[in-house]
Design a protein around this ligand. Structure first.
Ligand code: SAM
Length: 262
């Protein structure tokens, strides 16, 4: 298959497109942002339902075609540019995002959106299935990792729909899934130093098969021995990072933070 440098696998199944927009629950009066409108299959349906739509597309040829097709619609605004660099804060608050994200930049753009979470009501995103497996994974599951913790810390995550690769042209090698991310008013767990929390989470998953006592060596001076076992914040460090819940990671980070303040 020819390489698609801009992740241009266009959705061609109109029923699935309608299903996606239904699952985005667009209500009257709500502004919507679409990333990568492409040939406009989702754009057309969103325009029929939303009071306003801002679409961000990087490919100038597609921008020209979209402008020709929808340019006369007053509620439609098209931005030519890179969605990974866009200042979403400039769009005001509480819009909904809908996107069939380009594979190559999907995680990067999703993290950028989470950075602007205070402006966003919900995100309905199509991603490769394997990435969605990671977003929804719980402790102990094979796909659970630092991306699961990162996204679940900031958002309610819900797997919404499976989309086979046959629904796209050109057909990608992999299947996709639709996921709903709803930014939380407060992060899922209380953390005194988020930077330290994420540093610890990354370290805990660095060598996935290693025990915490090996991955968390930077904090070795804070380990205590209990019945011959290394512990920190009452967590047995013979465990692997993949078994820890968000609350466990928060307990570890808050413990380290408290001790470093003494
Ligand atoms: N929404 C269309 C659909 O569902 O058929 C197209 C989806 S296609 C997977 C991804 C789209 O994102 C393409 O139109 C591509 O040109 C565009 N794109 C790729 N990288 C982008 C970026 N960094 N910023 C904005 N758009 C981008």
């Amino acid at each position: 298959m020819k390489k698609r440098p801009l992740g241009q696998n266009f959705l061609t199944d109109y029923n699935i497109a309608q299903n996606i927009i239904q699952l985005a629950h667009i209500q009257p009066g709500e502004p919507v942002v679409e990333i990568g409108p492409g040939k406009g299959i989702l754009t057309q349906i969103i325009i029929e339902q939303a009071d306003s739509l801002t679409a961000i597309e990087i490919d100038p040829h597609l921008v020209r075609d979209l402008q020709n097709r929808f340019g006369d619609t007053p509620s439609f605004k098209l931005v030519e540019g890179d969605a990974a660099k866009f200042d979403y804060g400039s769009l005001g608050t509480r819009f909904k995002v809908v996107s069939n994200l380009p594979y190559y930049a999907a995680t990067h753009i999703m993290k950028k959106l989470i950075h602007f979470r205070e402006h966003i009501q919900s995100m309905t995103l199509m991603l490769q299935k394997e990435v969605v497996d990671r977003l929804v994974a719980e402790p102990g599951q094979r796909s659970y990792g630092s991306l699961s913790v990162y996204v679940q810390y900031y958002c309610e995550v819900q797997r919404l729909l499976e989309i086979p690769n046959t629904a796209f042209s050109p057909k990608p090698k992999i299947d996709s899934s639709l996921v709903g991310l709803t930014p939380l008013a407060q992060p899922k767990v209380k953390v005194s130093d988020p930077k330290l929390f994420f540093k610890l989470v990354h370290a805990a998953f660095f060598h996935k098969r290693k025990m915490l006592k090996n991955n968390l060596k930077d904090w070795q001076h804070l380990f205590i021995e209990e019945n011959g076992q290394a512990q920190m914040a009452d967590i047995d460090l013979n465990r692997r990072g993949e078994t820890l819940s968000l609350k466990d990671f928060a307990d570890l980070a808050n413990h380290v933070h408290a001790l470093s303040e003494v």
